[in-house]
Design a binder for this molecule. Structure first.
Ligand SMILES: [Zn+2]
Length: 289
């Protein structure tokens, strides 16, 4: 007959210790889980805690995206969208050409707006989006040097006085460093002619935008001149701006950019005389402020 082996006192002690530790572990886990349910403490500062008494959890007091860093250079268009993680390519199915970039949050809102428009039989097409300082410089200097007709067959080089020449170009084109297209928040839609939006399909599109764009954070900065907007650019029914970001950029502009920063292109010396910051950058529809 086999003799029953007795546990030594230290073996018994070790087994008891293991059992005790296992019990402690189970108890502490259960306690933490119970605490999470009772008290949803937000330690990260970023996680959203659902409020069981409020089903409007999509309503927030601050934007649900990180605000891009605003510097003088970002406002002046010294940007490189392809290498900037806040910019994304506009899908070709919504654009007139390849290689257009927008800031992520502005693009996300545009996609929602585009989808809603499509449900109403409206097709929104992005013709132009983010533009760098150098891109705007090419547009400006092509006009300034007479390589491109302005409107009504006028060449800017026919206008001898530099201030008058700049004023004529400024009817529809911004000086490099002062364009809202530098910000990645602004887009031109469907046509660059106001007349297109005044009848037929264009009118339907414009009416839809007026009625609905605000729901997606978009506004028209260059409205018809009236008591709210007395100067600046002419009306642009095609230009729409994502105001949750653009309004912050606009507020920062006069603080971070001075006339000394508006330089590096033909005719830059006229910027101060024409007060382009006050009369063009800041003179927009109050709906976009
Ligand atoms: Zn535009």
């Amino acid at each position: 007959m086999k003799k029953k082996k007795k546990l030594s006192w230290h073996q018994a002690f070790l087994i008891s210790l293991v059992i005790l530790l296992a019990l402690l572990l189970i108890f502490s886990r259960g306690y933490r889980a119970a605490r999470r349910v009772a008290m949803p403490v937000d330690t990260s500062g970023q996680q959203t805690i659902p409020d069981p008494h409020n089903d409007r959890d999509t309503m927030t007091t601050s934007p649900s995206f990180p605000m891009p860093e605003i510097t003088g250079n970002t406002l002046l268009g010294h940007i490189d969208p392809p290498s900037d993680h806040d910019f994304v390519l506009v899908d070709e199915s919504y654009a007139s050409r390849q290689g257009l970039y927008m800031r992520q949050a502005a693009y996300d809102a545009f996609l929602k707006m585009q989808k809603a428009a499509l449900n109403d039989g409206i097709t929104l097409t992005v013709l132009s989006a983010a533009r760098t300082f150098d891109h705007q410089k090419r547009i400006w200097e092509n006009k300034w040097n007479g390589h491109q007709v302005l409107h009504g067959n006028i060449l800017a080089t026919d206008i001898y006085d530099p201030v008058e020449r700049a004023r004529e170009i400024l009817r529809f084109s911004a000086m490099p460093g002062t364009s809202r297209h530098h910000w990645g928040t602004d887009i031109d839609l469907n046509s660059l002619q106001n007349a297109y939006f005044e009848s037929g399909e264009g009118k339907k599109i414009y009416q839809w935008l007026l009625a609905n764009a605000g729901d997606y954070g978009y506004c028209q900065p260059y409205t018809a001149r009236d008591k709210d907007r007395t100067g600046g650019y002419e009306e642009e029914k095609w230009h729409w701006s994502y105001f949750p970001i653009a309004s912050e950029f606009l507020r920062a502009y006069p603080k971070l950019v001075s006339y000394d920063d508006i330089k590096g292109f033909d005719g830059a010396a006229t910027a101060r005389r024409l007060m382009v910051i006050e009369r063009y950058v800041l003179d927009i529809s109050e709906k976009c402020y």
